[in-house]
Design a protein around this ligand. Sequence first.
Ligand code: SAH
Ligand code: SF4
Length: 387
Amino acid sequence: MIDLANTPAPETREQQKTDLFGLTLPELVDWLAARGQPAFRARQLAGWLYDALTADFAVMRTLPTLLRDLLAREAEIAGPAVRRELASRDGRTRKLLLALADGRLVESVLMLYPASDESRARATVCVSTQAGCAFGCTFCATGQMGFDRHLTTGEIVAQVVHFARELRREPWIAPDGQRIDRVSNLVFMGMGEPLHNYENTLHAVRILNMAEGLNIGARHVTISTVGLVPGILRLAEEPLQVNLAISLHAPNDAMRLRTMPVTRKYPIAAVLDACQAYTARTNRQVTFEYVLLAGENDGVAQARALAALLRPLRQLCHVNLIPVNATSAAFRPPSGEAIRAFRETLRAGGVSNSVRAERGDDIAAACGQLRTREGRIGKSAPVLPTA
Ligand code: SAH
Ligand code: SF4
């Protein structure tokens, strides 16, 4: 048994404090066991972190004082500093600009959805997985910043915990009277490419999914990727089956290459092969995101080509059309008429589709836009990673 009262002085440990948001329950058990603590303390600690949602060791009164002191010395409940918080006019989209410990800025968004025919009212958090992004898609504000670094597991989890605390303090009452006081859904559609930061992203999903954590069901989690083939194949093998969304945005390589440099490394055919393998392995539907760029990829001919391209996956795919959120790049969303024609052509080609409702346009909701406004930190040129 370690003598809790006799651990090293704070100054010598400060650098190595363990971020508790970066640990699953078994990892918490191990961390505490290494400090002479029984396993049940891990459950108690998780209860304080994710049920009580506290950031203060001093209030964890079910833990002995000596353990609370040890936690204060050797661990931290880290949370990014909120640089700005903006709410859309209807209050259903709330966007945060967060400063990480090293000053890097990332964004997270809470989106509140009323009940629909398909689902109950829900609170969805859109998280960032990287500061910047290495893939340089030309319509994306994050892509234009270049890559700074991967977020740690704890930095990803903390974004969700922030909104969980907000909803706990002030639940949202949906139009049907339902009281929403917890985060129910997660989308990895903030800044960065989740499958480029595979380990930390999946680790964060496991932590957010655990019953002793925020208990967000894997079926309520969507990972969006620019189409990193090895990551898609790896995801197919995960026991935790989350939803997969692919940012396709064009029906052929030549057109895709104009806005998405990653196409050079992973052509559409390779991405679709990986999706076939994914659906075969998981029997789960894949969503294809398609950002509509007026005059670029939004014609009926492109809709026809897209339907033909997705025909082999038809039973297990859905297209989500996203009218582009205008960034500094010279892209504009199509007219309502063009969107209707695109949808109808897809439908006639047997491809189910929907249009993502525009949200929070008044608060720069597309990923990276808020940080772009705020100025850049550590800008570097976009480079394609080898992973
Ligand atoms: N890197 C991942 C996830 C983050 S981006 C990916 O690319 O999938 C999440 C989604 O927002 C992607 O489909 C991306 O293409 C889209 N997106 C990026 N910039 C956008 C913009 N200006 N307007 C609309 N959607 C955008
Ligand atoms: Fe990166 Fe996704 Fe933006 Fe492309 S769309 S630059 S992959 S964040």
